[in-house]
Design a binder for this molecule. Structure first.
Ligand code: C2E
Ligand code: MG
Ligand code: MG
Length: 647
């Protein structure tokens, strides 16, 4: 009767089921025994009447036991009493010829409903052994010999046995039916849940459009269909759509409006596309459209114009008219490629070109872009081993004091001389290093190399001031930049106060909290921080307050026209005054002419850097430059100390 290993709730269910079966069967038996008692009393067979009465009493006892919750004992009691009394009947009447023998199948049915397997086998063994023994007795001549003729009593017995058997088997059948119904219901539920999961895995919950997982399957299928067609018969286009002003809408009107806009765009896209097209939300504000079976490229162009026009219409969101526009990058199979990944990358590249062309533009991927992608790949592959092959080096460009024109520091600028590709300018390889993540290792090498060089100059008595190193946003992502710098300073023995790190505005715009914490930790080390290329990004003055920076470097684009443009002069003058008010030093980058340098002196800029003084140069050339400028003899140099700078 034990149900070990079955979870508690199921165990409770099973117990309840057994109890119900017991009650039905015991009541059926009680009724049958009562009828038998009446029959035997009527036939005046006291012996059999006594047995039936005893049986009834035993049945009542077992029913009471069940009521007290002792179900197992009640069941054993019921089954053993029934079995024992049937043997009694047989023994006292006609032995194996007695009609009572047919009750054994009934007992077995009851046993199968109420007993566990072991008890059931034991019951079967007892019945078999008892019947065999009874047969043995008869064969040896010591059993009952008279076989009575069948009478009305026999008919009644048959009806009673059949009735109780029917109740027991019906109970069993109903239980099975219930179990089957339950299993069918659960299977249907599981199927529905499975369908929900499949839908979730392949659809975007916000817009209800298919997601990028689904896109791959659909586009792969369309590409396979295209490949099966004769060459040149049809084309397939992948349209990469990106909303132009989604970030601004999200930031200014809130995420809820942003979400509603995405939903509305999805609806409009779904309304615009043809029956064979496939549209999915690729992520964020990006959507992907597959246009298969294209035979007329002009028709595709008209479709693109229609798409741009449709998204350009204002959206009504929460009672407001929200204006948006979409840029689209297009790649075409098999012209550009026949592989999903390549086509996607090409459409993405074309999207960048569309963005450059202005909001609401579309752009087809072309061969020049293909060349640009291939070049980036070549650069990436070359950069992979550039560090260990010692192809990287540092050049140094001096910064000078605006008044006395004395050296105040140097900026370390990375150079890559590839034996395969030649000398690649940083504007070309640094973005590749950034997108590929290689900048983290390369950047760490630059800091260490600059510190090593600085220490060497310091030891040789060259008063170079501070050494500045450029940082990329990705170097902040690991969260351990400050520890990394501390480790380098410790390893090289270079004083932290002579190291300056240049950050661009885009770094500060990223994960602001993490960057702020890293800046604070770097500042604690004694390292100075400067904002590079100020004026090219958002030029937000708020982060000058939020981030603990010491220096602001005005981008060279403000200086090229400064002598002719009163507006540029006014901007640079205002930046200098504001920086001084905030206790920051100002460095002007890209100073190429003497009039610009003089003007910077007049508006009280602190330092300058540019081709007028020197181009970036290798370490040895820098030493020669410093010697020529009379800076190499340390005693002759007064290191210009910028205001508020730590020593
Ligand atoms: P940047 O940090 O603004 O560096 C100044 C850039 O302006 C240098 O270009 C320098 O050669 C150039 N420059 C200096 N004076 C003049 C001038 O008078 N006229 C003109 N037209 N240009 C001048 P470079 O060396 O090509 O570096 C370009 C950019 O690459 C750097 O801009 C910096 O953002 C990045 N970069 C260079 N080295 C590293 C590095 O080690 N790590 C990271 N993350 N970025 C680096
Ligand atoms: Mg810089
Ligand atoms: Mg700069």
């Amino acid at each position: 009767m034990s149900d070990r290993g079955v979870p508690p709730t199921e165990e409770v269910d099973l117990q309840a089921l057994r109890r119900r079966r017991f009650r039905i069967i015991s009541r059926g038996c009680a009724l049958a025994l009562a009828c038998l008692l009446v029959q035997f009393l009527h036939a005046r067979t006291p012996q059999l009447s006594g047995i039936v009465l005893g049986l009834l009493c035993a049945l009542v006892v077992s029913m009471l036991l069940e009521k007290q919750g002792r179900l197992s004992l009640a069941v054993y009691c019921l089954v053993s009493i029934m079995t024992g009394s049937i043997f009694g009947f047989m023994y006292f009447s006609e032995g194996v010829h007695d009609f009572a023998l047919v009750v054994f199948p009934l007992i077995l049915v009851i046993g199968s409903l109420l007993l566990d397997l072991r008890a059931f086998i034991a019951l079967l063994a007892v019945i078999a052994a008892g019947t065999l023994a009874m047969t043995g007795l008869e064969m040896s001549g010591s059993g009952p010999v008279q076989v009575a003729r069948a009478g009305t009593g026999t008919m009644m017995d048959i009806v009673l046995v059949l009735g109780v058997t029917a109740v027991a088997t019906w109970t069993m059948a109903r239980d099975w039916q219930d179990a089957i119904n339950k299993a069918v219901r659960e299977a249907a539920n599981a199927k529905a849940a499975q369908a929900d999961f499949a839908h979730l895995a392949t659809h975007d919950p916000l817009t209800g459009l298919p997601n990028r997982t689904h896109a791959r399957t659909a586009i792969d299928a369309a590409l396979a269909e295209l490949a099966a067609q004769p060459a040149g018969e049809a084309r397939l286009a992948i349209l990469f759509l990106d909303l132009d002003n989604f970030k601004q809408i999200n930031d200014s009107l809130g995420h809820l409006v942003g979400d509603e806009l995405l939903k509305a765009v999805a609806v409009r896209l779904a309304d615009t596309i043809g029956p064979d097209d496939f549209c999915c939300r690729f992520g964020g504000d990006e959507f992907l459209l597959l246009v298969p079976r294209i035979t007329d490229m002009d028709a595709l162009r008209r479709r693109l114009l229609a798409l741009v026009a449709a998204i350009g219409q204002p959206f009504q969101i929460a009672g407001n008219a929200v204006h948006s526009s979409v840029s689209i990058g297009v790649s075409v199979a098999p012209d550009n490629s026949s592989q999903f990944d390549h086509l996607l990358q090409m459409a993405d590249t074309a999207l960048y070109a569309a963005k450059d062309a202005g909001p609401g533009s579309y752009w087809f991927f072309d061969i020049e872009m293909k060349a640009a992608v291939a070049e980036q790949l070549t650069i990436r592959n070359g950069l992979l081993n550039a560090l260990e092959r010692q192809e990287l080096s540092l050049h140094f460009q001096p910064k000078v004091d605006c008044f006395r024109r004395k050296l105040t520091g140097v900026e370390a600028l990375l150079r890559w001389n590839s034996p395969l590709l030649g000398s690649i300018p940083p504007v070309k390889f640094i973005p590749v290093a950034e997108t590929s993540g290689l900048i983290v290792a390369i950047g760490a090498w630059v800091i260490e190399e600059a510190c090593r060089q600085g220490l060497q100059w310091q030891a040789s008595g060259l008063a170079f001031g501070r050494i500045a190193v450029n940082l990329s946003a990705m170097q902040f992502r690991g969260g351990d930049l400050a520890q990394q710098v501390a480790g380098i300073l410790e390893r090289t023995g270079f004083p932290a106060t002579r190291l300056e790190l240049e950050l661009t505005e885009s770094i500060l715009l990223g994960d602001a909290e993490n960057v702020r914490a890293t800046c604070i930790a770097l500042r604690r080390l004694g390292v100075r921080l400067s904002i590079d290329d100020f004026g090219t990004g958002y030029s937000s003055l708020s982060y000058l307050r939020r981030f603990p920076v010491d220096v602001l470097k005005i981008d060279r684009s403000f200086l090229s026209e400064i002598t002719q443009s009163p507006a540029d002069l006014a901007i640079v003058g205002a930046i200098v005054r504001m920086s001084h008010d905030l206790g920051l030093e100002v460095v002007a980058e890209g100073v190429e002419t003497e009039p610009v340098a003089s003007l910077l002196g007049e508006i009280e800029c602190d330092q300058m850097q540019g081709y007028l003084f020197a181009r970036p140069m290798p370490a040895a050339a820098f030493v020669a430059w410093a010697e020529a400028a009379g800076l190499a003899a340390p005693s002759a140099i007064a290191l210009a100390q910028p205001r508020g700078a730590p020593n």
